[in-house]
Structure formats: structure tokens, C-alpha cells
Design a protein around this ligand. Structure first.
Ligand code: COA
Length: 330
């Protein structure tokens, strides 16, 4: 799926991160682990964890309010509200509907998408489709994740990797050169069980056995996921570049999904981009699933690193398996 000229553009971003910082050293007091082990293998130093009463909807609404204010958009102006989350507040209804109620986006059509860590760029593509086919003027895309509620805190190989947070973007029809250009999305359901929650859904409903075996929580084959992530993100990046008509040298800044610094470096190397052109904040937040890219973009804007006219490459990978990349002119 691609467009030679941009149909839609991201006009603003926002982020919401819980205040509570949990360092690797803090982890040492609850698990048999060490700062050295975690940092060497992942590049993570600390992550944010949401307190019990704070949900994906609360964090998403926080990020959305900032993005709306920066774009000069009132909640009642939003036509389409798409939420990417792997940690919905409830199984029914969609977290998007809860966020709609929290922020007062009365006229919006609100729904969730499930594409795990790739969800933000998948959701941008849905917004692009809605807006470019005349189904509204303003889309609010939110990625919000309370990963701490679905990881197994007894599994040291996974729980140290994840964190909580939310990012949001206001998307409108493009008025010029700015916007989304080449996009490549892909998935492979044959690899679903490399990263999944085995039970607790409709196939194996929650019961005492599930709770006892902790099979409602995230299970991951770390090494396998690692291999696929680098290959898939590098391949998708090249596809998005080709579809946008850009050369590799044109790319000013890459925003990779922030899962692990070794995956990020491997992807950059396979794509052929120097690390100076790669935005990294995984050290401070860990893997916030689909929220990592909008949070990173929001920080880059605030730091002055993301400047008008820049050519960006967004690239993500996650459970499904799902992956994708998007070339964006800022
Ligand atoms: N602290 C200390 N030791 C730990 C540990 C922790 N938090 N977690 C696991 N270990 C131990 C293991 O028990 C194992 O010990 P053993 O050799 O005595 O059995 C050893 O470290 C190596 O475990 P292994 O799982 O082989 O490590 P690894 O080098 O593959 O690194 C990951 C594990 C998870 C960091 C790595 O596989 C990875 O980054 N995978 C990608 C995960 C990811 O990003 N997923 C999300 C994608 S969206």
C-alpha cells in the first residue's frame, strides 16, 4: 500500500508516561537479575510503571489531550478515534470507546486495533484510509499500553523488558508535501506462538488452572523473536523506502520500535543507516509495545531533533508476528 504523494499528515503528537520510575537496580530487589545482565542484553536502564488505578485508557487520554491541544483541535472535532493497545482495560467494549468518553470526543467513531507493537503504524494507515476516502477530517491515533499488567512478574526473561506509557497523534489530510508516503505492512500468523498469551481468551477461558499456571500472561521465545525482528524490520524499511521513491541517503531520522538496543542496532546495520540517524530512548522506558514510536517522536520534537522537512522512517515489529515501516515527510 502506498501513495506517491502524501494523502495525510501527522500535525501534532503527545505523550503520557506514569511518574513511577523503576530502575534495573529496583528490579534486583524483586527478581534474581542484575543491572548488568539487563543493560548488556537490552540497553534498558529503567522503565515507567503505572500504579494500580491507572489504566491504558487514562494514559491514552492523557497523551490525546496534549496532541489535540497542540493541533488546536477540540475533542468534539475528532471524527475517527483509533486506539492501538495490547492491554485493553476490559474485553468489552474497546478501550477507544472508554477514551472517547474520557476526553469527550462525542462525534468520533471509536475502535481498537490489535497489532501489538506494530499497532501505531498500522493505526496510522487506517487513519489514512478513513480520511483519504472522505470519512472525516480529523483522526486521533493513540497507542497506549499497560504492559506491566500482562507480563509475568515471575519470568525474569520477559518482565524486565517492558514498560507502561502512551503516545498520540492528530492526523489530517495533507495540505502539501508533508505526510505519509510509502508504507509496507506484513504479518505471519504461523509464528504467533513465539510471543503470545496462551490462555485467558475465548479459546481457553480464565479458570483456576489458567491462573495457577500463569498462562494468561505473556510468553516469549526471546531468541527466535530477536532473529525475526531484525530481519523483518530491515526488510520492511527497504520496502517503504522503495515505495516512497527515496534513497537511503535521503533518510534524516529513523524511529524504530524500542524493544531492545541490539535489535535497533541490528536493524540499522542491515538497512545501512548510521546510529546518528536513529532515535533511541529504550534505555529510559523499555518496550512500551505500540506506544514506543509516538513517544519517541514526541520527545524528538521537544528536543528539537525532529525538524520540519525531515524525511523519517518509522519501523515496528511485534506479536502476531506483525511488522511494518512507513516513510514520512515531516
Ligand atoms: N537476569 C539474569 N539472567 C537472566 C534474566 C534476567 N532478567 N533473564 C534470563 N536470564 C538467564 C536465563 O535464565 C539463561 O540462563 P541459563 O543459561 O542458566 O539458562 C541466560 O540468562 C540466557 O538466557 P537467554 O534467554 O538465552 O538470553 P538471551 O541472550 O537470548 O537474552 C533476551 C534474552 C530476552 C534479552 C533476548 O533474547 C532478546 O532481547 N529477545 C528479543 C525480545 C524482544 O525484544 N521482544 C519483543 C519484540 S517486540
Amino acid at each position: 500500500m502506498t501513495a506517491a504523494t502524501p494523502l495525510v499528515e501527522i500535525v501534532s503528537t503527545g505523550r503520557y508516561l506514569p511518574d513511577r520510575v523503576v530502575t534495573n537496580r529496583d528490579m534486583e530487589s524483586i527478581l534474581e537479575t542484575s543491572d548488568e545482565w539487563i543493560f548488556e542484553r537490552t540497553g534498558i536502564r529503567e522503565r515507567r510503571l503505572a500504579p494500580p488505578g491507572m489504566t491504558a485508557a487514562h494514559m491514552g487520554a492523557g497523551a490525546a489531550r496534549i496532541a489535540m491541544e497542540r493541533a488546536g483541535v477540540a475533542p468534539e472535532d475528532v471524527d475517527i478515534l483509533i486506539v492501538s493497545t495490547a492491554t485493553p482495560d476490559r474485553w468489552l467494549p474497546a478501550t477507544a470507546c472508554d477514551i472517547q468518553a474520557l476526553i469527550g470526543a462525542r462525534k468520533a467513531v471509536a475502535f481498537d486495533i490489535s497489532a501489538a507493537c506494530s499497532g501505531f503504524i498500522y493505526a496510522l494507515t487506517l487513519a489514512e484510509g478513513h480520511l483519504s476516502t472522505g470519512r472525516g477530517e480529523i483522526a486521533l491515533v493513540i497507542a497506549t499500553e499497560k504492559m506491566s499488567s500482562i507480563v509475568d512478574w515471575e519470568d525474569r526473561a520477559t518482565c524486565v523488558l517492558f514498560g507502561d506509557g502512551a503516545g498520540a497523534a492528530i492526523v489530517r489530510k495533507s495540505s502539501g508535501e508533508r505526510g505519509i508516503l510509502g508504507t509496507h505492512h506484513q504479518s505471519d500468523g504461523n509464528l504467533a506462538e513465539l510471543l503470545y498469551r496462551p490462555a485467558g481468551g475465548a479459546a481457553i477461558p480464565m479458570d483456576e488452572e489458567v491462573l495457577r499456571d500463569r498462562t494468561h500472561l505473556v510468553r516469549m521465545s526471546g531468541r527466535e523473536v530477536f532473529k525475526h525482528a531484525v530481519r523483518a524490520m530491515a526488510g520492511a524499511s527497504k520496502q517503504a523506502l522503495a515505495l516512497s521513491g527515496w534513497e537511503l541517503e535521503d533518510v534524516d531520522l529513523m524511529f524504530p520500535h524500542q524493544a531492545n538496543i541490539r535489535i535497533i542496532k541490528g536493524t540499522a546495520r542491515y538497512v545501512g543507516l548510521p546510529m546518528e540517524k536513529v532515535f533511541v530512548n529504550v534505555d529510559r522506558y523499555g518496550n512500551m509495545s505500540s506506544a514506543t514510536i509516538p513517544v519517541a517522536m514526541d520527545e524528538a520534537i521537544e528536543e528539537g531533533r525532529l525538524q520540519p522537512g525531515m524525511k523519517l522512517l518509522l519501523v515496528a515489529f511485534g506479536a502476531g508476528l506483525t511488522w511494518g515501516a512507513m516513510a514520512v515527510r515531516w
